[in-house]
Write a protein that binds this ligand. Structure first.
Ligand code: COA
Length: 324
């Protein structure tokens, strides 16, 4: 063991956009959205709430809980698919905003799975050098990347950020293991182009523009099975049963996916942290926001075994176990 979470934080935009608000711009209804997704009123960024602003505020909360200052950070990794610029990275903006002068910073793109991939990466840095302090963040302002005329997608997503500080501690607590997968063959089920290319030779045919495109039904099928298999594989690898897991924090995609997963894995519902109604699917931010809320609500105690599972564009998916 060894890599522990020293602090968590999260930040949500101020503005809520309810399903009733969407009824005003789309052929949809609160009843349809709630019954299909469990989502009620995600947060949507306004002025001064770019991805890096949300990420920075989440990081401040995590630093505060860890009792640390930004100049103690060695590395900043932001998982995002919705930074306001392609370059520099969101992580470099966070580094600047925090004044984390010692830290080097970069982004990773694994869509909704990004935060767990970053956690795994952070564990590897700390195993190599236990003195390192690493800030990992999942942050999204996907509202800027939605086609607000596409009722299949724009009703699902919300904006927000969550962060965690990783460090080393002797003892039983710490990161245990992950079970990750990707399948690029299925990229077309959930994707987002960049703007059209300035090099005519590289223009992609049928580029629909910079917004999320999704085949909802197919994604649903894959998501449930993939997360189930990843969790089962990880539990077998670590020789533990679901009964010895104290809390499950899944990617908050939608309630029907979560209910299917809970049923297949036979997890008691009270062990699963769910906040999808309030925030919708915040992609890479969903797990760290949920983790921070669970921690601040007193749902996590020292010694608890916590199971995370995720699924997203790529396709990417997996599961992670930690002992708090
Ligand atoms: N409001 C009202 N009707 C809608 C609608 C909306 N927001 N979105 C789609 N519909 C309509 C469709 O047009 C279709 O109408 P039709 O039968 O006249 O063609 C009907 O509802 C059924 O559409 P379908 O796509 O089959 O619905 P569904 O039951 O599969 O639910 C999702 C759609 C997107 C909620 C569901 O597929 C889903 O949850 N997928 C997973 C998405 C996800 O979580 N992605 C992120 C993973 S990280």
């Amino acid at each position: 063991m060894g890599t522990v979470i020293l602090g968590t934080g999260s930040c949500l935009p101020v503005k809520r956009v309810s399903n009733h608000d969407l009824e005003g711009i789309l052929d949809t209804s609160d009843e349809w959205i709630q019954s299909r997704t469990g989502i009620k009123a995600p947060r949507i960024s306004g002025k001064g709430e770019q991805t890096y602003n949300l990420a920075t505020e989440a990081a401040r909360g995590a630093l505060d809980m860890a009792g640390m200052t930004a100049d103690q950070l060695d590395i900043i990794v932001v998982a995002t698919i919705s930074s306001h610029m392609l370059m520099p990275s969101c992580a470099c903006f966070v580094q600047k905003e925090l004044g984390a002068t010692k830290a080097f910073a970069y982004d990773i793109n694994a869509a909704c799975s990004g935060f767990l991939y970053a956690l795994d990466l952070g564990d590897k840095y700390i195993r190599a050098d236990p003195t390192k302090k690493i800030l990992i963040i999942g942050a999204e302002a996907l509202s800027a990347r939605m086609n607000w005329a596409d009722r299949n997608t724009c009703i699902l997503f919300g904006d927000g950020a969550g962060a965690a500080i990783l460090g080393h501690q002797q003892g039983e607590s710490g990161y245990i293991n992950s079970n990750f997968f990707s399948d690029g063959n299925l990229w077309h089920l959930l994707y987002m182009h960049t703007a059209t290319s300035n090099n005519a030779e590289l223009c992609v045919e049928d580029n629909p523009g910079v917004h999320v495109v999704m085949e909802g039904r197919e994604i649903f099928k894959y998501a449930v099975k993939a997360m189930e298999d990843a969790v089962r594989g990880l539990l077998i690898k670590e020789k533990i049963t679901i009964d010895s897991v104290n809390l499950v924090i899944p990617h908050q995609a939608n309630i029907r996916i979560l209910n299917n997963l809970i049923e297949r894995l036979e997890i008691p519902k009270e062990k699963v942290f769910i906040n999808v109604a309030e925030y919708g699917n915040t992609s890479a931010a969903s797990i760290p926001i949920a983790l921070d809320e669970a921690k601040r609500e007193g749902r996590i105690s020292t010694g608890d075994t916590i199971l995370f599972c995720t699924f997203g564009g790529g396709l990417t998916w997996g599961a992670t176990l930690i002992k708090w």
